[in-house]
Design a protein around this ligand. Structure first.
Ligand code: F6P
Length: 327
């Protein structure tokens, strides 16, 4: 028998990502359609444990579609890893009569949701919200497109100064253990080379590539490095290259949290609209403990367990294409 849903708790958790606000707006508007009430669980699992929960009104979701960050705040929660924390969280949800949830976040968020679903009975739908694009079950995650656009804008600017000085720049982007941001940034900014965890480039191959470029009279080079790559952070890469190519004038730029802020791109707002809308419909149709995603432009749902344990990697085609065009 399908259960009655009246109040949906919504939360954002883990690193914020552009498009989270647009998703909350879509959830709220779709819930309105069914006469459901939306409650914001502020600061993710932390707010769930502290009972930091409030009802959202029309005004809360007006004029937010274009804002980065998350107006209901986010956090990385250590306390939710403890069963005592989860018990308190459940009691708070019950106190607010919350009978279903939509969780917007990444790997850590859905791992938390999975554990919670094994202990307590509150149907939850996930929306992939992380700039890292590392979740199985959706071709893209909220914030990824914006982060790549931000990184590309930064690389375009670095290109000007790299060109003027004939320098080699190593530009480090985020992504945790995933190379998606680095690879897409490298392709879109026409970088000479990239270093990502999913590819087997080592320092010798990288240096060979740079020497080939030099022989073709390429006077400056841009290398995009994923923070999670296996051969070292941007500063270590710089030192390793300098050891083998002492003539190179090398500079390092770590783009850092700049990539997490700013107005979401149209692609991220549209993804947020589709997934926010779908998450409420999914709850109404009796789905539970799955992540909503878009694969090949089709809406699909993946159990939390699979979304966090199965790996998603950039295709070989994308890797080879980026390498080929960077030469
Ligand atoms: O998961 C998103 C992300 O921005 C990663 O790319 C990065 O490694 C991490 O979060 C940084 O986390 P924090 O903001 O907690 O330093």
């Amino acid at each position: 028998m399908m259960r009655q849903i009246n109040r949906i708790g919504v939360f954002t958790s883990g690193g914020d990502a552009p498009g989270m606000n647009a998703a909350i707006r879509a959830i709220f508007r779709r819930a309105n359609h069914y006469d459901l009430h939306i409650y914001a669980i502020q600061r993710g699992f932390e707010g769930m444990i502290d009972g930091d929960i409030r009802r959202l009104e029309d005004d809360d979701v007006r004029n937010i579609i274009h804002h980065g960050g998350t107006f209901i705040r986010t956090a990385r929660s250590q306390r939710f890893l403890e069963s005592a924390g989860r018990k308190t969280a459940y009691e708070n949800l019950k106190a607010f009569d919350i009978d279903a949830m939509v969780a917007i976040g990444g790997n850590g968020t859905f791992t938390g949701c999975q554990i919670f679903s094994e202990e307590y009975d509150i149907p939850t739908i996930g929306i992939p919200g992380t700039i890292d694009n590392d979740l199985f079950g959706s071709d893209f995650t909220l914030g990824f497109d914006t982060a790549v656009n931000t990184a590309v804008e930064a690389v375009d600017k670095i290109r000007d100064t790299a060109d003027s000085h004939n320098r080699l720049f190593i530009i480090e982007v985020m992504g945790r253990h995933s190379g998606y941001i680095a690879l897409y940034t490298a392709l879109a900014s026409g970088a000479s080379a990239f270093v990502i965890p999913e590819d087997s480039t080592d320092i010798d191959k990288l240096v060979l590539q740079l020497q080939q470029a030099q022989r073709r009279k390429k006077l400056f080079s841009l290398i995009i490095s994923a923070e999670g790559n296996k051969i070292g952070d941007a500063f270590s890469l710089s030192q390793q290259i300098k050891n083998l190519m002492p003539e190179q004038d090398i500079r390092v730029t770590v783009i850092g949290h700049l990539q997490r802020g700013g107005a979401p791109t149209a692609a991220d707002r549209i993804l947020a609209a589709r997934l926010g809308h779908a998450s409420v419909d999914a709850l109404m149709e009796g789905q539970r403990n799955v992540m909503a995603g878009i694969v090949n432009d089709e809406l699909c749902f993946t159990p939390f367990k699979e979304s966090v344990t199965l790996s998603k990697q950039p295709s070989n085609e994308m890797i080879e294409l980026t390498r080929m065009l960077g030469m």
